[in-house]
Design a protein around this ligand. Sequence first.
Ligand SMILES: Nc1ncnc2c1ncn2[C@@H]1O[C@H](COP(=O)(O)OP(=O)(O)OP(=O)(O)O)[C@@H](O)[C@H]1O
Length: 957
Amino acid sequence: MATRTSPAPRGRQQTRSKGASAVAGTGRSKAPTNGTARTPAKTRPVPVAPEPQHEDGPAFPLRALRAVWMGMASVVASGVRTFGHDVNPDRELRRDGSGFFLLLSALAIAAVEWWALTGTPADVVHAAAGGTFGWMALLLPFMLGIGAVRLFRYPERHRANNRIAIGQLAILFAGSGIAHLVGGRPGLSDGLDALWRAGGVAGFLVAGPLSSILTVWPVALLLVMAIFLGILIVTATPFRHIPSRLRTLYEHLMGQDPDDDAAHRRADGHDQSYLYEAHGATAKPEPKRRKRLFGKDRQEAPFDGEHSGHDADGYVGDEAFERAVIEDEERRAREAEAAVPAGVRRPTKQELAAEELKRSNAVRVPPAEAPERAPEGATEAIDLVPAAKALIVPSTPVQPQMPPTPIPQRTEQLQLAGDVAYTLPPSDYLPAGTPPKERSEANDAVVAALTYTMDQFNVDAKVTGFSRGPTVTRYEIELAPGTKVERVTALSKNISYAVASSDVRILSPIPGKSAIGIEIPNTDRETVSLGDVLRSGNARKTDHPMVMGVGKDVEGGFVVANLAKMPHLLVAGATGAGKSSFVNSMITSILMRSTPDEVRMVMVDPKRVELTAYEGVPHLITPIITSPKKAAEALQWVVREMDTRYDDLANYGYKHIDDFNKAVRNGKVIPPEGSKRVVRPYPYLLVIVDELADLMMVAPRDVEDSIVRITQLARAAGIHLVLATQRPSVDVVTGLIKANVPSRMAFATSSVTDSRVVLDQPGAEKLIGQGDALFLPMGASKPMRVQGAWVTESEIHRVVEHVKGQLQAVYREDVAVEAPKKQIEDDIGDDLDVLLQATELVVTTQFGSTSMLQRKLRVGFAKAGRLMDLLESRGVVGPSEGSKARDVLVKPDDLEPVLAAMRGDEPAAQPRQAQAQAPIDLVADDLASRAQAVEYHDGADDSDDDGDTDAWKLTGR
Ligand SMILES: Nc1ncnc2c1ncn2[C@@H]1O[C@H](COP(=O)(O)OP(=O)(O)OP(=O)(O)O)[C@@H](O)[C@H]1O
């Protein structure tokens, strides 16, 4: 493939040499930049196609004629291309001249056959069209017109164009045969005129011999079947997909939303462009592009300050795929060019197109043949809900941009319990991303590089196709019989070398396929916008409030997951790998889809910056917790909340909170006689910890205990944990925690050991960061590679402002108030009692002597010294002055507060309340009534005076 010496026919040669010289030109211009870094290691010559030989070209009049023809063709073609949605096929691949010819032929035949034009030229046309196909000549303008439009708009889709042409020919010939039968089966002896008035020469040839052997009816039946087959070929419809295609066609014709193209395609296993092709529209209408604001792409457009209170510059953090190096597009293009390995000539587009024709296998495997992605072993899960459902199946390989229809398919005005109306944020707060690419030059270059590498090492295998995801493309390799899989896997380093990427991941086999998958990062990555994920068919299939947009898989299918079914998730990855972005997508998904009545959240953000944007959203039950100590307490509160919910479940005889809630809504849960409690449905509770390591450093045992209790039991109580960490080491993600957090999301880790901690297998160390992740939902045996959804800071702020405008946050005071009061400092540890005695002794005697402590407290020298250090650190005594006793800094009158502080008895409520950021509109009485309401079992009165807030309280107690 690298050398091409056989002489091509003149015309072809000229076209090819254009492209080839372009390649040669690129090669030359590359030399100065690449010279040092990329000297070709192999000396295989880069073939340079011959320069155009002008002396051999056609004579001037012919060239002029050709130029005029091509000029007219390209004017007409450009007009056709701007029809509907714009297409812009590559210049090199255009076939405007041929398309123009077909169009003129269609017009000429229509003029003669439809409008009965007469005259000598018309007679010639009629003789050619009608003489050949008889009555079927009436259909010829249609067919030629379709061919012309396809050549203008999609000249590069050789396979589809050829398929349609073949199908049309089948219809044409079979139709002529039928016309021949209907026209009285004229023979040659009846004269050409009689033939023309039936099925023409073609009809005579097709039906004549057959009908003389068989009778008319079987032949007619055969021909009808041939027409049917032709229609199937034109529309690329396998037999088994006929019903679903008809259904889709019906829906389309009836103007129903053919939306769920993802679902249909999954069922059908094919692109549905045929539908539109069949209607002559030649292309599936893509969803309307969003209009740009002020010349900027909507995604980049600043969100208006009206919503945010911020200026119009957007927020830092809006940029996906941050790059430290500021570089221009040209340079990127050069880099992509450089990704072609040394010794491999970048194939021209014509060659690639020709190559594609040769391939017997489709580029993409019809998803219907791919296995449903239900994770194996799912049914073995103890849970009542099948594990597989944790993951809502990703859709088909190639996803066009989804139409920006509203995100939740339910009433916009959601009625909260009570009479508060709550409007979810409008869907366009999360704008659509750029349309995904099916294939790019970078992919073609990699296919060439892979083929070359396998050739070079004499491995009998070929690249049969690829599916392009936003970050990586999975190239499929099929082995010839007798070739060992190991031959390819052993080439991993050479493949890395050939494609100039160290992040090559080999899947052997691709789950559910007899093919080896090679995942190679795209040099032209694409951002996956959260809006697109939430608008995808999968997300709209359910209105479960805990559904979040995860991202896109390697095949370009949207991945959406239900957090309630995970039921707990560990998110890990090195710095900058994309954890926080994932957490942001998760929270934004919830805010976009659910009311505070449905989902409440506890956010722990020890890093203090990651989640601050969400401060004040009504879904929070406590201000965002930034102190690791408070976080540990909050976890203990969650345990108590869980116990409370369990008590309710047990008392009323339900196994899952969903059943309980349903019963409450149906009025089936009646509190015991005499109780003033008003039972309300429990919202889901999502606890998000953005850095587990910080918590584990402060109180490892407490935190671990709480997490384990929550994770073991909370599922049925509707409480779900999401733990994120950038240190997935065994001291942070302990065995116990791991065992109880079944779903994992691994972003790029810094080592294979970390990958093993998160996923129990290597792989995450090979990810390329910035949202590239391996997602292992509960029950799945193999992780799925996804590119995480991206939501910009501006979008987050806009959503948050909207949500906050709907309802004010009222925090649950008991989250911290009820927490254990003792906060014994770590350095005191078990010595609290003896330290209290020492303090009392020193302060009452006003004598800071170590030997006195030794004597009076009967402790050794070392311990007495340590106690004195502790007293110094707490400001009870001054620094050591050699052998002299230390100064005592606390007067006997102040002893009590000092002792209380050591015991950790400091009044926790005051700072807590201060930190509670004055829950909006909460008056002291109300606080008191809420605190009381916590012990709801003894029937605390729920009839607060603020009817509004009452309606959506966390537990309805
Ligand atoms: N899904 C994504 N799509 C596009 N770019 C992303 C994505 N996720 C992350 N990035 C890019 O990577 C940068 C770092 O991501 P992020 O802050 O989420 O990493 P992190 O793992 O949370 O790091 P840290 O632990 O240091 O907070 C982002 O600013 C963004 O530019």
